[in-house]
Ligand binder design. Structure first.
Ligand code: GLN
Length: 295
């Protein structure tokens, strides 16, 4: 089972140029090889990276010269905090590299996931990078960049609990025989697509929404919920850190991670897409992923 999960995780990689939100950006032809190793994108701003190269987005920023990113740093390895409370992980590194290309200073605001969604929608943040999945519901209220990674949602159960074997096409949980499980309490992180899918399938009474993944996992350990639906990256980290838990084989959903931008902020969205696609093509995004996800 671990092998399959590692494989899935290894596949959490660059997805090429598929658009998340339907705003197709023409493919950029960039044959320039990566100029700098992904380890230090912050120190290697691209020569000439300026608003001139990435369109006229300067007037679309909340604060001049700054790229304000919101995230929820409780989502390793995409975002977490180090001992000094700095936000680190895949998303901050990608955002830093985008900011460098755009000639901007990156400012990171670490707040709850649902608050981050609102902040970008209400124009209090320029971008949201938070392992955030594209969804049609969200697309009604915010704009999405092209995708930079594939997200897999999985089910965490208490070790040895074989009653839940996966999810079906209707997002209902099923047992090993494929029978739908009706009587179940599912823990999710508030505001996530996992919450959305589980509530759609089961109704709100069967879904316990917690502030973040770590609290959701605690609820599972305490027996308040029967399982937790969460993205595979944090799931693996939480299971490794908390003995007595395991991940059910297979994906509950497969999603695209994108950068979120305030609805209608086309200039910034296009600049972000151009920078992101350059980094996808020259391997920078993959290098950042490899650094955190590894073998
Ligand atoms: N990918 C999920 C979503 O977009 C969870 C993201 C998160 O918890 N940071 O809803």
């Amino acid at each position: 089972m671990k092998k399959i999960l590692s494989l899935l995780l290894a596949m959490t990689m660059v997805m090429g140029l598929a658009a998340c939100g339907g705003q197709e950006t023409p493919e950029e032809t960039n044959t320039t090889p990566a100029e700098s190793p992904a380890e230090s994108p912050a120190e290697s701003p691209e020569e000439g990276g300026s608003t001139g190269d990435y369109g006229d987005f300067a007037g679309s920023l909340i604060e001049e010269g700054k790229l304000i990113m919101v995230t929820n740093a409780s989502f390793p390895p995409y975002e977490m905090t180090d001992d000094d409370n700095n936000v680190i992980g895949i998303d901050p590194e990608i955002a830093q590299a985008i900011a460098d290309k755009l000639g901007l200073e990156l400012v990171i605001d670490n707040i709850d996931f649902d608050a981050a969604l609102l902040a970008v929608q209400e124009g209090r943040a320029d971008v949201m990078l938070a392992g955030m999945s594209y969804s049609e519901e969200r697309d009604l209220v915010m704009d999405f960049s092209d995708t930079y990674a594939t997200g897999y949602q999985v089910i965490i159960v208490r070790e040895g609990d074989t009653s839940i074997a996966g999810g079906n096409d209707d997002y209902m949980l099923v047992d090993a025989e494929g029978n739908v499980i009706e009587d179940v309490q599912i823990g999710v992180q508030r505001g996530t697509t996992g919450e959305l899918y589980c509530q759609d399938a089961y109704g709100v009474d069967h879904v316990t929404s917690l502030d973040n993944g770590s609290v959701a996992v605690q609820a599972l350990i305490n027996g308040q919920v029967d399982c937790v639906v969460i993205d595979i990256g944090p799931a693996q980290e939480y299971v490794a850190a908390n003995p007595g838990l395991e991940i059910v084989e297979g994906a509950y959903t497969i999603e695209d991670y994108c950068v979120g931008v305030d609805e209608g902020n086309t200039a910034l969205l296009e600049a972000v897409n151009k920078a992101l696609n350059e980094m996808i093509e020259d391997g920078t995004v993959q290098e950042i992923m490899d650094q955190y996800i590894g073998g």
